[in-house]
Ligand binder design. Sequence first.
Ligand SMILES: Cc1cc2nc3c(=O)[nH]c(=O)nc-3n(C[C@H](O)[C@H](O)[C@H](O)COP(=O)(O)OP(=O)(O)OC[C@H]3O[C@@H](n4cnc5c(N)ncnc54)[C@H](O)[C@@H]3O)c2cc1C
Length: 504
Amino acid sequence: MTYDVIIVGAGNAALAAAVSAKENGAEKVLVLEKAPREMRGGNTHWSGGVLRFAFDDPHELGPLLPGVEDEYEDFYSGIQPYTREDFHGDLMRVTSGQTDPVLSRVLVDNSRDTVFWMNEVGAVEMEPAITLTGVRRENRIVWARGLVVRAAHEGVGLSRSWFATVERLGIEVRYGASVMALLQDDRGHVCGVRVRDDAGMSNIDGRAVVLGCGGFEANVQMRTQHIGPLVGAAKVRGTPHNQGDGLRMAMAIGAMPWGQWSGCHATPISADWGNFAPRELTDRSNRLSYLYGVMINRLGRRFVNEGEDGAMFTYAKYGRAILAEPGAKAYQIFDSQVVHLLEPRYSTSDPIVADTLEELVEQLDIDDKKQALRTLVEYNAAAKHASDGFEPSAKDGLSTTGLALEKTNWATKLEAPPYYAYSATGGITFTFGGLKVDEQARVIGTDWRPIPGLLACGEMIGGLFYDNYPAGTGLVSGATFGRIAGRSAARHPANSPVAEAVSA
Ligand SMILES: Cc1cc2nc3c(=O)[nH]c(=O)nc-3n(C[C@H](O)[C@H](O)[C@H](O)COP(=O)(O)OP(=O)(O)OC[C@H]3O[C@@H](n4cnc5c(N)ncnc54)[C@H](O)[C@@H]3O)c2cc1C
């Protein structure tokens, strides 16, 4: 049998592509997932499910969040509009202007529509992203700009919803089916895949193939080769199955690598976690409240401006910053006046606690404790009191003065005992390097022409992110380009009635 569309992978991007292919007229759609059923869902399962998208008026979110005003008093007053220009500006700012001009526009301009499509067609229920992006100010919640909504029950719920929709639409999913290679006909059209499963090796024919099988974040060799030995040794925050297979098989038939292959999304996570995050604890390893405290390395020194920006704009690069420090380890130190602001994920490990900074430092696993204490004392001398204008929900401009490395926001003194220290290392989330695609998600070859019949989406697309990443963009990008890829695959000339007639 020849499938109309074969989808490789079963994360957010791939399943968006499967649903879109069906919606756009493909009858026989096959999803091939390398992981066994109980490990299905890729990084999407591990994710926080947060969705960044543009909207002009907060009330536009209403249809996504039925009943929200009963749950949150004065809900809309805590939300600022987040226009396309705001979203694109954030992408440009955090990537130092390097984001692909065409793809970033496709992402931003489709972002709102994509999320509504996920909700309406994908049957993905939504909820306010309270634990991650909401900060209480008096009687109401103030929400981070552009980051108000997430999939209900986070990545677990998102993944579960996509599979339910795929099954409802009668789309066939095969688990434990590892795609090893792409098949091409004599004209160079991609016409199927070679698969390894429990039965051995076999070929499956398809008129178009969509690659949605992730980056190379779980592949130690590729991490080391492309990003460097420090990231090679990083702990993996998501699925162990994203090994760069799709990138390698596409490049083997002439696809063009694109974007920052030396770059990745890596966040501060607890140093106590293993090399791969447990599936049931999903993203609970994150330690992203460093902006309210101070981070020191094993030499007892600060090494980043913890208050450079909101965590959602710095977390994706500060994990990598920790990996570059001795032993790839740091401590995040807080006092009692801010500890209630730590996001709930901190509860998955026990902090070191002491009544004085001296006693706290004494308990840390670091090489230069004297320097650590000096650093904290100097920091305290340069920092401000909370009463000087500390405002946790916005950049408050409360800066240290006189340090070689200033902390430029939320720089309150560590002055209220007891004091808390949480360990941190860098955990890799996904890789920035990928394939070159056009605005129809067609994979471009090294001859600068589309490879007929080959589409890509999700983490496999290169060029959107460089050095850094605005939180909540991966899933919206995945669904946006997945939806486009599914449509392009369904409408691929080989799937048109004319082609049917010719081949018959
Ligand atoms: C802990 C964590 C938290 C995150 N939180 C957020 C968040 O809140 N918001 C956000 O926007 N983003 C978040 N992200 C990023 C987001 O999860 C990813 O951008 C997104 O899930 C990628 O989707 P994808 O479909 O491209 O890949 P994946 O969801 O990883 O799916 C790829 C699939 O391909 C399969 N596969 C791989 N190789 C093969 C092969 N050879 N044959 C067949 N199948 C194959 C894999 O098994 C996997 O199922 C987070 C990521 C992690 C790890």
